[in-house]
Unconditional design. Structure first.
Length: 565
């Protein structure tokens, strides 16, 4: 499936082809994906991963996986492990090129020293508020720091003391000396190192100064020999700084920097009813709005995987979305369509009754059970058949019966016939109600001449409904997932914080759902289409704890709903 991404023309393919023709970087193609291990990856990251990987494969190039672990306050080994699992699951192979930016901290420190010696970096004591004031605005130039005039020797000594931990957090930074009059705010002497006394998940307490992303990222690209640094559109204004860092690395560290990397931006993935901000996803987890990063309502890769979405569906979705230069928002319906397209060819059909209504077939013998043969995948003989027990008492969906049906209601109603899938035609003869007037049970009769595959009655019955034998049914728990937010744009905070747009009905749990016995006995990770109800996935994490819980992956386009209108 990843190969399909390679065949769809886009401006990145055109650009890289042109670079190869012009002999840039000796015709090499080397891409990377640089996640920060401060949370779980989401479907937007999947776009970047698959794009970088597929482009490398298209041009017989290389792909690196590199962790941007420059902020120890927010980074954890848990996130590293989850990212590795997610990327493997997507089918991406980084071979032996797994890197951590922290592995080259010493090299970056040496580069910073050379910038100081070249008069292109200095230690600044301005507070964050003062720095913002000196920076200027989009319409007003910045002002030079009063510490810009420090000598090379002073800057080297202070930077060494910063490394040795002699100053508290926030008291000093190392800044690149570029141009405080630049029209691009990112070029107004940006901070390239800050003091941060924090334990790092890989380097421990060795470092108390850490490089900033805009310094570390381009230098590491150049260090690894990356030829095409592909990033999302919000980094467009950072490109001049990226080029400045790479140009200086080539000049000041020619012994290790051999090629020039190039930054190119593409549109990030936005989707309706979804937030893609890692900061907001973290809030959802930490504030208890969801049950962890792998909650099936989350757009994280782990959440989608736990819901039952396959890697093939995600790859198909990314392929359909394509690659653009300008941001836009994709309709969630397209993603769900890709899920259905994928599972429609993979998921065997089974019968489960989510909201059961008991039906007693009065003219069926009480002690008789008949095994009926139903196909696992309609139209696919290779998928085989299964034996489904049928008896006097069955369950049907409550919505498949109406006491006073509209004209085009083709399911069960008083004195109206319907066919039971793979079984017989039944007619409702009597409605039994409880003391509060609610329908508790239906009494029906069946026509022995209407057995599926052997029908000799000549009856024309429009409606077909699913069912489960009451005596033989297994009971499972089912989770029905809806969108986590009830607004197309959850980040529209006109009425308050984005969490105010959370859908209170995003998760409905149904206990003791009667199903075919095969559903309860299936191995963890099985996927089925519950007839007329959608695609469901046997949660493997719950299965480890002895619980049989099916997550709804996606619903179906219900033709029956259209008939009842």
């Amino acid at each position: 499936m990843i190969n399909e991404l390679e065949n769809k023309s886009n401006f990145l393919l055109t650009m890289i082809s042109r670079d190869i023709e012009e002999g840039k970087n000796d015709g090499r193609v080397h891409t990377r994906f640089p996640p920060e291990p401060n949370g779980y990856l989401h479907i937007g990251h999947a776009k970047a991963i698959l794009l970088n990987y597929s482009l490398a494969k298209t041009f017989n190039g290389k792909f690196n996986l590199r962790f941007d672990d420059t902020n120890p306050v927010k980074e954890e080994q848990e996130f590293v492990d989850s990212i590795l699992e997610d990327i493997r699951w997507l089918g991406v192979d980084w071979e032996d090129r797994l890197f951590f930016t922290s592995d080259s901290f010493e090299t970056k420190y040496e580069f910073a020293l050379r910038l100081i010696k070249a008069g292109r970096a200095y230690v600044c004591d301005l507070t964050p508020d003062e720095m913002r004031e000196y920076r200027g605005t989009l319409t007003e130039p910045g002002k030079e720091s009063p510490y810009l005039s420090r000598t090379t020797e002073e800057n080297l000594a202070l930077f060494e003391k910063m490394r040795q931990g002699e100053f508290p957090n926030g008291t000093r930074v190392l800044r690149a000396k570029i141009d405080m009059n630049s029209g691009n705010l990112n070029m107004r002497d940006p901070v390239i190192y800050r003091i941060l006394h924090a334990h790092h998940h890989r380097t421990g307490d060795k470092w108390c100064i850490y490089p900033m992303y805009d310094f570390d990222h381009p230098f590491t690209d150049a260090l690894e020999g990356i030829t095409h640094s592909l990033c999302s559109i919000e980094y467009t204004d950072h490109r001049p700084l990226y080029d400045w860092i790479v140009d200086n690395a080539l000049e000041l560290m020619p012994e290790i920097i051999k090629s020039r990397s190039r930054q190119t931006e593409f549109a990030r993935l936005n989707m309706t009813y979804t937030v893609m901000s890692k900061r907001k996803l973290r809030r959802l987890v930490e504030e208890g709005h969801v049950n962890g990063w792998d909650d099936p309502r989350m757009p994280t890769i782990a959440g989608l995987r736990r819901r039952g979405v396959t890697a093939d569906a995600i790859i198909d979705f990314q392929n359909r979305v394509g690659v653009a230069r300008a941001d836009s928002t994709v309709d969630l319906a397209l993603f769900e369509h890709c899920i259905r397209e994928d599972l429609g060819e993979k998921a065997p059909r089974m019968m489960a009754v989510l909201e059961p209504l008991k039906v007693v077939i009065t003219n069926w013998p009480e002690d008789k059970t008949e095994l009926l043969e139903l196909e696992n995948m309609p139209g696919d003989e290779n998928a085989g058949v299964r034996q489904v027990p049928f008896g006097r008492e069955i369950y049907i969906e409550q919505e498949d019966f109406m006491e006073e049906p509209p004209k085009k209601f083709h399911r069960l109603a008083p004195n109206q016939e319907v066919r039971l899938k793979g079984a017989y035609v039944i007619m409702c003869e009597e409605v039994i109600k409880d003391s509060e007037g609610n329908i508790a049970e239906l009494r029906c009769t069946y026509d022995p001449q209407t057995k599926s595959g052997e029908d000799t009655s000549g009856k024309k019955v429009k409606g077909v409904i699913h069912w489960v034998s009451a005596k033989d049914a297994a009971k499972v728990t089912v989770r029905l997932y809806d969108t986590l937010f009830n607004k197309e744009n959850p980040e529209d905070e006109t009425e308050g914080d984005f969490t105010g747009n959370i859908n209170p009905h995003s998760l409905i749990t149904l206990a003791d759902v009667p199903v075919e016995p095969a559903i309860a006995n299936a191995p963890a990770g099985s996927r089925f289409q519950f007839m007329r109800k959608g695609y469901f996935y046997l949660d493997p994490i719950d299965a480890e704890n002895g619980r049989i819980i099916y997550n709804r992956i996606a619903g179906l386009r219900d033709s029956w709903a259209k008939q009842s209108k």
